[in-house]
Design a protein around this ligand. Sequence first.
Ligand code: AP5
Length: 199
Amino acid sequence: MHLVLIGPPGSGKGTQASRVALAWGAPHISTGDILRRAVASGSMLGDAVKDAMSRGELVSDEIMTDLVAERLADLDATSGFVLDGFPRTVDQALALDALMEERGPLAVVELSVPDDELVRRIGHRRVLEGRMDDNDAVVRERLAVYYRSTQPVIDFYKARRTLFTIDGNLPAEDVTERINLAVNPLVDLFVTQSKNASS
Ligand code: AP5
């Protein structure tokens, strides 16, 4: 089973992705975490992306698509994954469609949280973690980028019956429960179909 989590900065994508991935025994693939590790290690990828990240802008579709294609080809991702932070543009969504050929279904969860709560959560995290892109000006830019470039991805998936919009402005446990309630029927259907196909 394959799950994509989409939502503005601070909506809880990382929090929920790690919970669902743990429950499924699937890898949690966070493009933000992969990029932050690359920046910290001083790799060529890190050097190429650090300026865009520190300004709250998107890294290029080309870099991101190559990075995700490579990660999804890893053995641990062959039978499922929870993807957090990709796709963020319609071109990335089209690239993911191509990568999903001959894989199982893709569920897409949008986490919806009001802006003032996003700002509150990120402000809190800034104190705790000191992430380089959590200062006020950059957070404003990340939000603007989300509404400009990533909101159209929601419209892209809306036509499909596998998009679920979940209220992310609830305690984390309740959000997880709602994600499970939305996605589990799809998981059950997929498991039944796979069993039928192999018998
Ligand atoms: P990324 O790391 O994906 O950052 P983001 O989208 O801005 O999301 P955040 O990590 O800030 O928030 P989140 O939604 O994961 O929430 P979290 O669970 O942490 O990307 C960073 C940068 O990398 C981008 O700006 C871009 O430059 C680049 N990038 C990455 N992917 C890219 C792509 N595909 N294309 C181009 N560029 C890309 O929660 C936030 C806080 O809230 C935490 O402190 C948490 O404890 C708390 N919290 C979570 N849930 C709740 C809850 N229910 N109630 C109260 N508090 C909660």
